[in-house]
Design a protein around this ligand. Structure first.
Ligand SMILES: [Zn+2]
Length: 290
């Protein structure tokens, strides 16, 4: 069995899942306003932010994950790279601080093709940083973002297309387009559409333990656990995103699943509990490796 690394560089947190070591890697943050939220009154969102002791204006935490099974290294998402502003894009240097070179990464599993998930796959000139890795993405995600832009696309959607193609385009030849199932040893892709057409969660299982890395089911933990109806302005299908969030919250609460997410507060590992008409996030307790 792998032992947990004995040091955690700044912005990295290691957790054991069975025989695997899963490391949350913080990419940084986005500074936003509540204008990014839809399907919730501003006053209610403000109230929830305040009662969850959140900053105003809000910040959105950005994470990626590294999974070490002793034989291969799997990266899930890659952060913002060079185009997410000064407070984001730290995944590359945090991997270096861990002693992980890009060539050591066997595969990258992509939850979806937004800026904060695929832009870290390329350098400032758009050249691939992981030329030897297999890139796994849901078929519907590749079809949408690498296909033709919908007619009448907003400027924001046009930008999103350009960003998706910048991050994934150089990998067309090594892209593995899947619709579900096991994509790496012990790692299963679970479709979670709505935020984007092929948005996917990854279920990690090892030696009787599990972890659901759920991508962008939540962006604003202070608001969306309490009120799962609240969505984001950049959800491609807001109604489907809400239905998926409710389905996954319900499943996680019923199964007492351990979850992690790209926009949960670092180090992100925890559980979903029912609370009143909504839910609450309960952080996982960290113990030393004994
Ligand atoms: Zn995101």
């Amino acid at each position: 069995m792998l032992s947990l690394p004995t040091s955690q560089p700044n912005g990295v947190s290691h957790f054991r899942v069975g025989d695997l070591v899963v490391s949350a890697i913080n990419d940084g943050i986005f500074e936003v306003t509540l204008d990014v939220m839809v399907n919730i009154d501003r006053s209610e969102a403000e109230k929830l932010q305040a009662s969850a002791f959140r900053r105003m204006p809000p910040r959105i935490t950005i994470n990626a994950f590294l999974i070490n099974d002793g034989k291969s290294l799997t990266l899930i998402d890659s952060g913002c790279g060079t185009i997410g502003g000064p407070a984001a894009g730290a995944v590359g240097r945090r991997l270096s601080a861990l002693g992980v070179t890009a060539s050591a990464i066997t595969r990258v599993l992509v939850t979806h093709m937004h800026i904060d998930h695929v832009s870290g796959l390329v350098d400032g000139e758009g050249k691939p940083l992981f030329p030897g890795a297999e890139i796994v993405v849901h078929e519907n995600e590749a079809k949408f973002w690498l296909g033709e832009m919908p007619s009448g696309a907003s400027p924001a959607l046009r930008d999103a297309f350009a960003i998706a193609q910048r991050g994934i385009g150089p990998y067309r030849e090594q892209l593995r387009r899947v619709t579900g199932g096991e994509v790496a040893p012990g790692i299963t892709l679970l479709p979670a559409p709505g935020h984007t057409p092929g948005h996917s969660a990854y279920a990690v299982q090892s030696a009787g333990e599990s972890l659901l890395i759920w991508g962008d089911i939540v962006h604003m933990p202070g608001v969306q656990f309490a009120n799962p109806a609240a969505g984001m302005a950049f959800d491609i299908d807001p109604a489907q995103a809400q239905a998926t969030r409710r389905r996954i919250f319900d499943m996680a609460a019923s199964e007492r699943a351990r979850v992690a997410g790209m926009h949960l507060d670092f180090p992100t590992f925890g559980h979903v509990a029912r609370a009143g008409a909504g839910y609450a996030f309960v952080p996982e307790v960290w113990y030393p490796d004994v």
